[in-house]
Design a protein around this ligand. Sequence first.
Ligand SMILES: N[C@@H](CCC(=O)N[C@@H](CS)C(=O)NCC(=O)O)C(=O)O
Length: 203
Amino acid sequence: MKLHWSPRSPFVRKVMIVAHEFGLADRITCVRSVVAFTKPHAVLMAENPLSKIPTLVLDDGTVLYDSPVICEYLDSLHDGPRLHPLDARARMAALRRQALGDGFLDFLLLWRNERERARPSEAHLAAFAAKRKAVLAALDREADDLEASPFSIGHVAVGCALSYLDFRFAADDWRSGHPLAAAWHAKFAARPSVRATEPVDDL
Ligand SMILES: N[C@@H](CCC(=O)N[C@@H](CS)C(=O)NCC(=O)O)C(=O)O
């Protein structure tokens, strides 16, 4: 399998964490693909017209995107405990948490782009800050339940989003005021699959 990949992308990291959890990383050939909102990637777009990573190309040429789809595919390739539970209630909790983590990442990426513009929009920056506050408060409330429930795709997404704060918003002291989320994240960060996929600013 070929993965359009970057060591900086939190969405790619979700995929690689799933791969490492189940011993699938060796089956994936990572191709460094440099993407940016403002620079559509012509080669990548031949496989994913959205010009986004992660994009996975299977050996038979089938193309899969985005990260939820790729993660669910990888989760079908092993006999271990599923990251996408079959039980309806547990599955909805896992998928909602994935939506929360992915949605958090979506606006963190937009925030990063906005603050790098010559004249950032104050309204956008204020909206991102309000959402950050609400998401972190929600995660702190959920932390005990995250800890108590089996590791799922929701844990992967939430963990990657919190780790992305450390990577790209290093001045954000998000742990203060959110001790339960911080404690949960410390355990997440210690997993071998998470340690094997630390982000690297390689360019
Ligand atoms: N919903 C997508 C989001 C992927 C995404 O936004 N990836 C970023 C890199 S971290 C990207 O490709 N950005 C390039 C662009 O938006 O043009 C997923 O879950 O895979």
